[in-house]
Design a protein around this ligand. Structure first.
Ligand SMILES: Nc1nc2c(c(=O)[nH]1)N[C@H]1C(S)=C(S)[C@@H](COP(=O)(O)OP(=O)(O)OC[C@H]3O[C@@H](n4cnc5c(=O)[nH]c(N)nc54)[C@H](O)[C@@H]3O)O[C@H]1N2
Ligand SMILES: Nc1nc2c(c(=O)[nH]1)N[C@H]1C(S)=C(S)[C@@H](COP(=O)(O)OP(=O)(O)OC[C@H]3O[C@@H](n4cnc5c(=O)[nH]c(N)nc54)[C@H](O)[C@@H]3O)O[C@H]1N2
Ligand code: SF4
Ligand SMILES: [Mo]
Length: 656
């Protein structure tokens, strides 16, 4: 068979959507590296995905269907055949539909893969679930609040082309840590030679590489942006021509800005007045200024509002009209693929309810119209990733809940499954990925055969549809047919041959930029931007649990080498906060609030500002005494779209 190279795409929930090259020798994947030809990947993957083939070939990989034999949570399973698994699922679903209606079924899709065929973007199985009339799933856990806020201001959530950062003169890295959570942007940031400002309550790896670090109190970014605008407008540095031609509601917005004097802004944000004024002056005189804001800062009660206000800033300075100016949050809004043709909501027999990913505990424990009786967990690990871990586990422990988990590894969530189905990994199936940190579609050609009896998610649902006796022809479309339907109007053959294809972004703003937003008003919100304070107002420290350098959400959480490098579960405290609690560096501590508690090792450092503590997401509860930071997080919605509020979280910390 010899040696061949196959082009693929990283499926993980990361803005960079790398194009990769798999070396296959005699049917085995022997090498994986970044594609040198891709303008963003530039030949490099990352510390996590450099170990991806280790994951693919791991002895811990799930290879066969399993049926639970111990109590829920015990993780005791027996191997069964695919026929047995599909029969049992079909029988249980048929009973649940007869007894409670099909809306009692919840296909719970996570971000394990962002593929359009096998992952979140295309909701694999949705066609089958639509034919049945199952509940819909809203993937609210990650970015919806910020995306919605941007649309209120801009009419689109897609901002700058990240490659244009190379042309910026001032870059604000605002609530984002790209050197950990999507490092390929850094090349463009560096090429720019721009003055770099990190705005983050935590001094991150990225902050260390910037010219300046500003550490606001968490959840106060909208106030900071309004305060910076106050300085800009006081200097008369607004771009009157851009404002007149491309915006709506300037007089009202200008009045709002007037309220955010440097004094008031400093009081809200905890940033010294001089720093606010100096940065405002710098923005006022520097064109183009670019803002990179990502998901971190919108995991707050006012997260949607924060992005809404941030998008106004380049509207006042006119940066939206200058190459290298504006804001980049996620490029997803620029991809115009035929999602509707893929998911086929026209197959629904009647309108159905939508259940929010963020509210798993509530849906499993409190919803009864109808109750959730069957849960399909697809590419998700809610025990590790969802807020309010204790309630999520309580819900998943319900004996009357039938849970099917499609997985690669025996995660914390798998332990609560009735049936586990082994899924293929990226080199084993066909898929199409769209970056959210660049403007390329990336093709993933299958390179090797899957191990054991693993099946792709699309094939799993084709077989289950058959077992259920469903006759709708669209349920049996092949992966290639699905790709063609999705990519209508794009050159699939060129994409397949080259491995990637740059798309043409839409214009930003899409129409007139709305300082006063009729779109927000229509959705029942204040038409005028403001500052929305954090919701968790307890006395404790505000705990931020951001991306870990070594895991991707909970993916890789069982990789031995990455676990070793990540070390113990830590919580970083400012020396003043540590001293006030008799906590010394390296001490074992208990982190708790009314919702739950987890154990950690204290790191005492001024990397965090007083009043703020930091840890990371992604650990598995089964490796950390049954609870992670997510045990302390509230299952509460942010302001827009039902987003999650992971960093709007007060905790107490005490020695153990
Ligand atoms: N290595 C690695 N990479 C990842 C991930 C991972 O788990 N590991 N996760 C991926 C996923 S799912 C996503 S959505 C993205 C997320 O990537 P990011 O958008 O970078 O999200 P976070 O890591 O949550 O937070 C980023 C930064 O925001 C800061 N922050 C928190 N609250 C505030 C605030 O109120 N104001 C300001 N100014 N800053 C704040 C945090 O301290 C943190 O340094 O990254 C992806 N990339
Ligand atoms: N404390 C805290 N918690 C957070 C966050 C935070 O900032 N702080 N961030 C949140 C964010 S941004 C996100 S996006 C969520 C993510 O939460 P989840 O969507 O639960 O993502 P993962 O934890 O990575 O779990 C994905 C699972 O999918 C599996 N998987 C991967 N590819 C495939 C596939 O092709 N098929 C199948 N069947 N399975 C697959 C992986 O093995 C993995 O176990 O976590 C959230 N949780
Ligand atoms: S996780 Fe991100 S940086 Fe790493 S290979 Fe995947 S897309 Fe690239
Ligand atoms: Mo995310």
């Amino acid at each position: 068979m010899g040696r061949v190279k196959v082009l693929g795409a990283c499926p993980l929930d990361c803005p960079d959507a790398c194009s990769w090259v798999v070396t296959v020798e005699d049917g085995k994947a022997t090498g994986l590296r970044g594609n040198k030809d891709h303008p963003v990947t530039r030949g490099a993957l990352c510390v996590k995905v450099n170990r991806y083939l280790e994951q693919v070939g791991s002895p811990d990989r799930l290879r066969y269907p399993l049926r639970r034999v111990g109590p829920k949570g015990s993780g005791r399973f027996e191997r069964i055949s695919w026929d047995e698994a599909l029969d049992e699922i079909a029988t249980r679903l048929t009973g649940i539909v007869a007894g409670f209606g099909a809306e009692a079924i919840w296909p719970f899709h996570g971000t394990g893969s962002l593929g359009y065929l096998q992952g979140l973007e295309g909701y694999p199985g949705r066609r089958m679930f639509n034919v049945l009339g199952a509940s819909h799933h809203a993937a609210t856990i990650c970015s919806v609040a910020g995306g919605t806020g941007l649309r209120y201001t801009l009419g689109t959530s897609g901002g700058m082309d990240p490659e244009d950062f190379a042309r910026s003169k001032l870059i604000l890295l605002w609530g984002t840590n790209p050197l950990t959570s999507g490092h390929h942007l850094w090349k463009f940031v560096q090429d720019s030679g721009a003055y770099l400002v990190s705005i983050d309550p935590v001094r991150t790896k990225t902050s260390e590489r910037c010219d300046e670090h500003i550490a606001p109190l968490p959840g106060t970014d909208a106030a900071l942006a309004l305060g910076l605008l106050h300085v800009i407008v006081s200097l008369g540095a607004q771009d009157e021509r851009f404002i007149a031609e491309h915006t709506e509601g300037w007089p009202e917005f200008r009045d709002r800005i007037t309220e955010f004097t440097p004094e008031r802004t400093a009081a809200i944000t905890g940033v010294p007045q001089e720093q606010i004024v100096a940065l405002g002056e710098r923005i006022a005189r520097t064109r183009p200024t670019a803002i990179r804001a990502s998901q971190g800062m919108q995991r707050h009660a006012g997260g949607g509002m924060a992005l809404r206000v941030l998008a106004c800033l380049p509207g006042v300075t006119g940066d939206w009209a200058i190459p290298g100016g504006g804001l980049h949050y996620s490029t997803s809004g620029h991809f115009r693929l035929d999602d509707a043709a893929l998911v086929r909501d026209d197959l629904l027999p009647h309108p159905v309810r939508t259940l929010s990913m963020t509210r798993l505990g509530e849906a499993l424990l409190e919803t009864d119209d109808p109750p959730v009786k069957a849960l399909f967990v697809i590419g998700a690990n809610p025990v590790g990733s969802n807020p309010d871990q204790r309630r999520a586990i309580e819900g998943l422990s319900r004996d009357d809940l039938f849970t099917v988990v499609l997985e690669h590894f025996a995660t914390d969530t798998v332990d609560y499954a009735d049936i586990v189905l082994p899924a293929t990994m990226q080199p084993e199936h066909l898929d199409v990925i769209a970056g959210y940190g660049h403007l390329y579609l990336v093709w993933n050609e299958p390179a090797v055969e899957p191990p054991g009896e693993c099946l792709s998610t699309t094939e799993t649902f084709r077989r289950l549809s058959h077992r259920l006796g469903l006759t709708e022809p669209a349920l049996y479309d092949s992966d290639e047919e699905l790709a063609r339907q999705l990519l209508k109007g794009h050159d699939l053959d060129r994409l397949r041959a080259d491995g990637f294809l740059k798309i043409q972004p839409g214009s930003v703003p899409a129409d007139k930029l709305q300082f006063v937003s009729t779109r927000a008003e229509l959705a029942g919100h204040d038409p005028l931007p403001d500052y929305t304070p954090p919701a968790d107002k307890g006395d404790g420290l505000v705990l931020i649990s951001a991306a870990s350098h070594y895991f991707l959400n909970t993916s890789f959480g069982s990789n031995p080498e990455l676990r070793r490098r990540a070390g113990d579960s830590t919580i970083t405290l400012h020396p003043d906060d540590a001293a006030a609690r008799d906590i010394t560096d390296g001490a074992a501590v208990l982190v708790s609030n009314a919702r739950g508690a987890f154990e950690a090792v204290a790191e005492v450092s001024d990397r965090v500002r007083p009043g703020v503590a930091a840890t990371t997401k992604g650990r598995w509860a089964k490796f950390t005494d049954g609870a992670t930071v997510n045990a302390t997080i509230a299952e509460r919605d942010s302001d827009y779209g039902g987003g999650a509020v992971f960093h709007d979280n007060r905790v107490e910390v005490r020695p153990r």
